[in-house]
Each structure stands twice: as C-alpha cells, then as structure tokens.
Unconditional design. Structure first.
Lengths: 190, 287
C-alpha cells in the first residue's frame, strides 16, 4: 500500500489531517481552474472548497478505478460546471484584470525578438486573454483551461470529463480556433 | 497536404499528436503556404501565452476556512459511521423476527415449556401469567400513528412473557360450544383470530385470561390444558435500547426513519403478543 492509499484509508475514517496532506498538491491547481472558470476569487474559493468537501464526504465511494487526482479534478470540474449552470443569468465578463490579494496581475511579455511569431504576443496582454477566454462557450473554456493552462494530457482530460479521446481532441481544436478568432478581433480593435 | 487539411491538423501538431507521415506533410505545407504559416504561428503564440499563464496563489485564509468546513462535515460523517455499526445489530433482529414467527409454530427459541394437565377440573391458576403489565404496557391495539418519539420512561423491569395456551375441549354440540366460546372471548374484550368450527384461535387480554378459561370450563369439558410461555425480555430490551440509540442520532435521514419504524413496529408486535396471549381451542365431539 503506497502513501496515497494509506492517506485515503485514514480519510475514510475521518482523519482530517490526512485529508489535508492528501489534497495539498492539488489545491492550487483546483483553485486556479475554478478561478479561470468563474472569474472571481470569492467564487473560486467557495467552489473549489465545495469540491474538496465533496471529495472528503464521498471518499468512501472512491474505488481506485481512476487515479485519485483524476477523481479530484473531475469533482472540481463538475462542481464548477454545476455552479455555472445554476448562475447562467450572471454573465461573466471581465473588465478588469484579475485581482488577487497582492494586486492585479499583469503579464510581462518578453520582447527580445522582433520576429513575426512574437508580434502577436506583443499585442496581447493578460487582460485580453482572460477576456477572450471568458467569451468562449463553457465547454470550450473548460477544455482550454485544462489543456493549455493547466497542461493536462488528452488522456487525463478524457478521464476527467468522461469523454472519448477523439472528442477531446476535436474539442481542443475547436476551442483554440474560437479563441484565436476572438483574440484577433481584439487585436484589430486595439 | 492542402490548406483545409492543414487547418484540421494545426491543433494536433501543436500537441505533438500528429502521426509521422502527416507531420512531414504538415511541415512541408508550412514552408509552402504563407497564409497557413501565419495561422499556425498565431495558434502557437496563443497556446504559448496560455501555457505561461501564471497560477494564482491560494488566498491566505483558504486552508483555515476549508478546515472549518471539513470539521462540520466530519461530525456528520462520524455519526454515520456510528450508525453503520448500530445497523449491524439490526441483522440480529431479523433473525429474531423470524424466530418470533416460528414461535407461533411452537418451535421458538428461549421457551420455557410449562405443561399443565387438568382433567375435568378447574384449571390451575398459573401465577406467572398474572404479571401486572397493565400499568406499564400501553394500549397497543390502538392503530393511531405515533411520532418517532421513543418513550424513554418505559421501564422494562418486569419480565416480558408471551403466553400461548392450547385447550382441548369435549362437547356434544360443536357449533353451539363454538358460538359460546366466541361470545365469551368477545365479552372479555378479546378477539377471534381464526375460526374453523372445531378449531378457534382467540386472543384474550392477559388480565382476563383466567376469567375466560374459567368461563369456558363452565360451558364445556376441558380435556387438556397446555400452557407455553416464551421469555422475550432480552429481545424486548435490546430492541428498545436500539430504538433509543436511533432516536439520539438526530440526523433526519431516510434510512434512520425507516429503521426506527421497523423497530417501533417490532416493539408494538411484542407488546401485542404479551398483552394478548393466544388461546387455541380444539373442539371434539364427546364420545
């Protein structure tokens, strides 16, 4: 029995310290997925925590079929999607850059080369990217977050979203295409 | 490779998911076609920007708040675990219920067989039957639905005995005697469970038991009089204690409600059997 399995066993008996250790490496990622999906830090905290509570509550039903992290993220994703569904009327639009405790984030674009490939990067800042992402359809937004921002593999995404691999690939493609269109429009506007 | 096909492949190429043969054609087309090259570069840039997105740190109080929420959940969880342990006791009662059913077939467990034979005489008054359970027991044939409240002031100090009597009767007129017996039972606030002319199952209130038998002896001959007594004190106590434990788990869960109902019914059944002992009447023609 490896470390993770030992911790899971303890959690099933209600050991909260074991649970905190278990989720330690996943918390930041889960929070950031929620943040990108829901756009504001308060919701991101609530929803990501709700997901972790579900993980703890239903840990008895974790049956080792998928990896534990896959299981966690599946719950995080579903909790986000459920929340979005419930709050469909609140259109999520980001007018300001993401504000954190430390202040807003502005990505620094390294402007070391002047070649064509870098031109697009120069023209876009973080604000635009996040605005563009928020304009995507929910399922496209989710997949961009998982694939391009969080870097999960196609296989992992396929398990988390419970979709066939082919569907994941085509959805990534379509999401990126849509994102490109939105960003190019923004660049033209600027 | 044409431009349309190239378009389809951009995403996969970026993720290094293209097969080698397609990959080569793809790279060839990049070199050849300006438009497609531009498109590819744009996609690549966007992906790189996204890849480089910095992750935001957790808010400072994140773990404190999460811990509080988890503790609340844990209390509920631990209660459920306790309940699961109690439920294993329930399995024992399933055996009990069946054994009570067997009881009526005279094959039950824990029985103290006290056979008393009396020929043509008044039956002996069995003192053990005269438990003053009237004051403690409730009116259990009342069908009103009670709340899920356990009457914890129900003291179970006295024994809980279920009494079954079998009377063999000799008569010159079965029908007449049958009618008279039914009359006696009903007049004593008992009831008839089954009547097959020469076989009657009657339920008589415990406090009226001896009176009924005395009345019967006055109208016909009692050839044989057997009494069986089953001690269900322990089973009764256990069921009642379990019910109390359930009621202390104040989580309004469907499964708990269901179980409580089952055990309330069980206790009701026990009370019924105790309060209304069974008398089997066998009627024979006098030879």
């Amino acid at each position: 029995m490896n470390n993770e399995e030992i911790l899971i066993k303890k959690c099933k008996k209600g050991d909260l310290d074991a649970f905190e250790t278990l989720i330690k490496n996943h918390q930041k990622r889960a929070y950031n997925i929620a943040l990108k999906m829901l756009k504001n830090p308060e919701d991101a905290m609530d929803i990501s925590q709700e997901a972790f509570i579900k993980v703890f509550k239903y840990i008895d039903s974790y049956n080792n079929k998928s990896s534990f992290s896959t299981w966690i993220y599946r719950i995080v994703i579903n909790t986000c999607l459920d929340y979005i569904k419930k709050n469909k009327n609140n259109v999520l639009y980001l007018d300001e850059p993401i504000n954190t405790d430390d202040g807003s984030i502005k990505r620094e674009i390294t402007d070391n080369k002047n070649n064509p490939e870098k031109i697009l990067e120069k023209k876009i800042n973080n604000e635009d990217i996040n605005k563009a992402i928020s304009m995507l359809k929910v399922k496209h937004r989710m997949i961009i977050i998982l694939r391009d921002i969080q870097g999960f593999s196609y296989e992992e995404i396929s398990k988390m979203l419970n979709l066939p691999l082919g569907t994941v690939k085509s959805r990534v493609k379509r999401a990126r295409e849509n994102l490109r269109k939105i960003i190019l429009e923004k660049v033209e506007q600027n | 490779m044409n431009c349309a096909r190239f378009n389809e492949c951009i995403s996969l190429y970026i993720d290094n998911e293209l097969e080698t043969s397609e990959k080569i054609k793809f790279e060839e087309h990049i070199r050849e076609c300006k438009n497609c090259r531009k498109k590819y570069n744009e996609m690549l840039s966007i992906t790189k920007i996204l890849n480089n997105e910095m992750e935001v740190d957790l808010p400072k109080n994140y773990n404190k708040i999460l811990r509080k929420k988890l503790e609340e959940v844990n209390i509920t969880k631990k209660r459920k675990i306790k309940l699961r342990k109690l439920t294993s006791v329930a399995a024992v009662f399933i055996v009990l219920i069946t054994s009570i059913a067997i009881l009526y077939e005279n094959l039950g467990l824990n029985k103290r067989e006290i056979a008393l034979e009396s020929k043509n005489t008044q039956p002996k008054i069995e003192e053990f039957a005269l438990m003053e359970s009237d004051s403690n027991a409730e009116e259990v044939l009342d069908d009103s639905v009670k709340d899920l409240e356990v009457k914890t002031n129900r003291t179970i100090n006295n024994e809980k005995l279920v009494i079954n009597k079998t009377l063999h009767l000799e008569t010159e007129d079965i029908n007449k005697t049958n009618e008279k017996i039914v009359d006696i039972v009903l007049k004593s606030n008992g009831f008839i469970e089954e009547n097959k002319q020469n076989y009657i199952i009657a339920r008589v209130k415990l406090s009226n038991l001896n009176e009924v038998i005395e009345n019967v002896s006055n109208i016909t001959i009692i050839k044989e009089h057997t009494t069986k007594s089953y001690d269900i004190t322990n089973e009764y106590k256990d069921a009642n204690n379990y019910l109390i434990e359930l009621s202390e788990t104040y989580e309004k869960e469907e499964s708990i409600d269901k179980e409580s109902r089952i055990f309330k019914d069980l206790l009701k059944k026990y009370d019924q059997m105790i309060e209304y002992p069974t008398i089997e009447f066998y009627l024979e023609i006098k030879k």
